[in-house]
Each structure stands twice: as structure tokens, then as C-alpha cells.
Design a binder for this molecule. Structure first.
Ligand code: C6P
Length: 407
């Protein structure tokens, strides 16, 4: 089904503006997507009519806010195909979700000599928490290599797996390359060795149909702001029995059943992991982003983005000096590249001067950049509201920029 892009774009007020005298082309969607008016309105509406602290008050507003807030939990459950609402923990974002698992599951289950496996293409937020944990516990971090195309070879992964592997934590879709990893096979292989698996779903949940039960992952973390939702709100999914066996994350209000100076008992999941007043307004506003995605349909979004990716690769690859970084067979709509003899930062500045927003640098994946022997890339990442005309503008600008050094 061809999408009505004029209509879709009209839902995103920010897109209708000029930057540096040119119509904005927003190609930094892997960093954060733009928000439809419905999300912006829902946030404002919450503060205008419902603002109250949740789960505590005995008054009407508190009750209304609580019910609306909890509705998001059910919508998220459906969005990722989880079995139960209690398996959905609200966080600040992917980073907090991963840190939560490291601080609770890690604290309890990872011991000296144990091994945790990650891949070369992880975001720093799926590297540093494990390094910190390994240092504290005397455990070891093992790294799955990536090929020149930016892919994981399952044979390499199998060689790292052993009975001492306690956790495998891998990115579902690479933010820097766009690679879609073979996570179902990774999960099955890890489970066969008795290891648990965490998926970093920051970049997959916006592009792919994700079903945590079909995948059988033990945890998955993602951020609302990359799925047309607000910043400061994210989700950690975990299987009930594992979450119930884990110690709490932070101590405070909401996560307790009863507190005395002698002993505190903890609340049930998910509240055990949600200490303090949460980001109520943004959690509620996220409903509108989920509705937006559902209305268009993930399959239609994916088909449109795949079309944009193929078009962009075709256009850009003809440009002299264009060097793609990450050419995996299975990819989402991310084009990471260099222009020969030019610094990515300079390319980004020149594109910005033409009204085109891309991200440049290491994309919080320094070990991956080291693997490719580069400092960083220029990254254009597409979302549902982007068009082929915008890609024409990118290709035209890249062509002009590349000509400076590639006559
Ligand atoms: N990547 C990018 O431009 P937070 O910041 O917690 O919402 O998400 C962190 C994160 C974790 N994993 C992956 C794969 C990610 O892509 C990100 C965020 C942004 O690529 C900002 S660095």
C-alpha cells in the first residue's frame, strides 16, 4: 500500500519549516524521530486537565491519571507482544533499561568467572554497564566480531558461547549501520547453553514488527522517543519469572509494600522496579505515538522505509568518492557513509547548510568505528514521513560536496 505522505507529513508540524533558507530535510531519525501533533497535544492536555500523582491519591484526578497511565502499559504490552502487563517496566529509555538489568539481574546472577557476550556493534549503553559489572564481579566480557559488511556470523557467536556464559546482550538493529541481527538464532543458541538474552530494541521497535514471545528474549529495552513518542520515557520488558526473582533497582516510594526501620518488603512487579514519581505525562502521551504507528501499520512503514533505503543506496552509490559503511543484506533504513578525503563532520555541516539534518560522528559506537578503522561516519536515517524527493536533495548535495575532493 502506497502511503499518503502528504497527510502523514501534515501530522508533524516541525517538518514544515526552513533551515538555513531551505526546506528542512530531517534525516536524523535514528537519533530521535519527530513527534506527531497528537503526541504534543496529549502531553499538553494531560497537564491541562489530569495532572496528578498516580497510584497514591484517593481523589478523582489521581484516579484518572492513574488509569490513563496504566493504559499505556497495556498498549505497550500489545505493541511488543508480551504475555502480561506486569512484564512492562517504565524507564527513562533504553539506557536505563539496560542499566537496570545490569544492576539487578547482574548483581544477583553474575559471579566471578562468569561470561557476558555482547557484539562489536553495540551502542555504548550496551557496553559500559557490562564493563562496570564485570569489573565489580570479576566476570568477563566476550565480543562477537562483525564482518566488513557489518554483519554477525553465527559461527563466530557459537565459538564464544559456553556453559559459563550467563548473559548475551545484543543490539537487534545497529544504530550506526542499520544491520538487522539474526536475534532469533542468537536467542535460541544462548538458551541452549542456559544463558539469558537481553535485546537492545532501541532501533528495531520503530522499524520492525517485534514480538517478544515469538523471539523468546528474556529482556528487551527500548525508548519511546525513537518511535514518534516523547523523550524521557522508555520500556524494559522482562519475563515474569525472571523479574520476580531479581532484587529491586532503586529504593524509594512505590517500590515497597511495607517499610519499617527493621525490614522493608517490596512491591509486586512492575512497581518493584519503578521507585519514585514516574514521567507520567510522557508515558501518557506515548499512547498517541503507538496509535499513530498502529494506524499506518508496521508492515506499511517497513515497506516504505525499505523503498527509501533502496532508492538512496542506488542514488548515492553513483557518486564518486561515496563510501558506504555497513552493507549488510538485512538492513533498516540507515545509510552510513564517508566521502573520500573528507571529514564526516565537515560533510554534516555542509549538508546542514542545505537544510539537511544528518548525524555525524561515532554514533556512541566507538568500538565499531575502531573495527572499521574510522573515527565516524555521516548517517542519514529515514522514517515514515520521509520522501524520495528528500533523498534527491540529499544525493544532489552529497554530489556537490564530494566534487570538492573527488574531481
Ligand atoms: N542512539 C543514535 O543517534 P537512549 O539514549 O537511552 O534513548 O538510547 C540509547 C541507545 C541504545 N541503543 C541503541 C542501539 C541506540 O541507538 C541508542 C540511542 C541514538 O544512534 C543516540 S546516541
Amino acid at each position: 500500500m502506497a502511503l499518503d505522505l502528504t497527510h502523514i507529513r501534515s501530522l508533524f508540524p516541525i517538518l514544515d519549516q526552513e533551515v538555513n533558507g531551505k526546506p528542512l530535510v530531517y534525516f536524523d531519525n535514528a537519533a530521535t524521530t519527530q513527534k506527531p501533533q497528537s503526541v504534543i497535544d496529549a502531553l499538553s492536555q494531560y497537564y491541562q486537565t489530569d495532572n496528578s500523582n498516580i497510584h497514591r491519591g484517593a481523589h478523582t484526578l489521581a484516579d484518572r491519571a492513574t488509569r490513563t497511565y496504566e493504559k499505556t502499559r497495556e498498549m505497550v504490552r500489545e505493541f511488543i507482544g508480551a504475555k502480561e502487563q506486569e512484564e512492562i517496566i517504565f524507564t527513562k529509555g533504553t539506557t536505563e533499561g539496560i542499566n537496570l538489568v545490569a544492576a539487578t539481574f547482574g548483581r544477583k546472577y553474575i559471579q566471578a568467572g562468569d561470561e557476558i557476550i555482547i557484539s562489536t556493534m553495540e551502542h555504548h549503553s550496551n557496553i559500559v554497564p557490562w564493563q562496570m559489572l564485570c569489573e565489580e564481579k570479576g566476570a568477563h566480557l566476550k565480543i562477537i566480531p562483525v564482518s566488513d559488511a557489518g554483519e554477525i556470523d553465527l559461527e563466530d557467536f557459537k565459538k564464544l558461547l559456553s556453559p559459563t556464559t550467563k548473559l548475551v546482550s545484543v543490539v537487534h538493529v545497529s544504530n550506526a549501520l542499520g544491520t538487522i541481527n539474526p536475534v532469533k538464532s542468537i536467542i535460541d543458541l544462548a538458551h541452549a547453553q542456559g544463558a539469558k538474552v537481553l535485546l537492545d530494541g532501541a532501533q528495531s521497535t520503530s522499524h520492525l514488527e517485534v514480538d517478544v514471545q515469538a523471539l523468546d528474549c528474556d529482556f528487551m529495552a527500548f525508548s519511546a522517543h525513537k518511535i514518534y513518542g516523547p523523550t524521557g520515557m522508555g520500556v524494559l520488558y522482562g519475563k515474569r519469572e525472571i523479574l520476580e526473582s531479581m532484587p529491586p533497582y532503586q529504593g524509594g516510594g512505590e517500590m515497597i509494600k511495607e517499610v519499617t526501620f527493621e525490614k522493608t518488603t517490596y512491591n509486586e512487579i512492575p512497581f518493584k522496579f519503578e521507585a519514585g514519581t514516574p514521567n507520567i505525562g510522557d508515558v501518557i502521551a506515548f499512547q498517541k505515538a503507538l496509535e499513530f504507528v498502529k494506524e499506518i501499520g508496521k508492515a506499511n512503514i517497513k515497506a516504505h522505509e525499505d523503498d527509501l533505503l533502496a532508492y538512496a543506496v542506488e542514488k548515492l552509490s553513483h557518486i564518486k568518492g561515496f563510501v558506504p559503511i555497513g552493507t549488510a543484506k538485512e538492513k533498516v533504513s540507515v545509510v552510513s557513509f564517508l566521502i573520500k578525503d573528507m571529514h564526516p563532520f565537515d560533510v554534516g555541516m555542509m549538508l546542514d547548510a542545505s537544510g539537511i539534518a544528518v548525524r555525524t560522528g561515532h554514533h556512541c559506537t566507538q568500538p565499531l568505528m575502531n573495527r572499521f578503522g574510522i573515527e565516524g561516519t555521516v548517517r542519514a536515517s529515514f522514517a515514515v514521513y520521509n520522501t524520495k524527493e528528500e533523498i534527491d536533495r540529499l544525493a544532489e548535495s552529497v554530489h556537490k560536496i564530494a566534487k570538492i575532493k573527488n574531481k
